[in-house]
Design a protein around this ligand. Sequence first.
Ligand code: RP5
Length: 165
Amino acid sequence: MSKAALVMGSDSDFDALVPCIKTLKKFGVEVDVRVISAHRSPELAHEFAEKAEENGYGVIIAAAGKAAHLAGVLAAFTTLPVIGIPVKSSLMDGLDSLLSVVQMPSGIPVATVAVNGAENAAILAAQIFASTDPSVKAKLKEHKQAMRAAIIEKDKMIAERAREI
Ligand code: RP5
């Protein structure tokens, strides 16, 4: 079974990450959820990233806010794909987190989703697994079909509302 790690910098990030956990489970991706801080427990971040592949993870999703260095630090110690979720912070609406996650130096990429983009992080992880896991791929196709059907419904509904004006 495809297995991802979702690592957050603090337990205070958890609520923003619930959609990521739900979405990974929806696509049949096993997920281990951890709190590891790049700043408060840096040696554990190092150890986690170095052992992630032998521990069976295919993707690491790393979420942090403010000076959000977690995803970049984990990416420094692994060749696994790392997806970064900038968590919205109280002072700058998450712009601080976004820039901290996305502005990686050449050679160490972090695939960064939007501020609080927890669902998209899970979908991107599922898409990475889908190249080798047909059951994840089938669920992704169903998801796209469902979105398409929902948009067609909304199109009809909006046309109806516009006629009534
Ligand atoms: C970051 O600092 C965490 O990812 C969190 O978003 C932020 C604040 O952490 P706490 O002070 O709430 O633990 O490292």
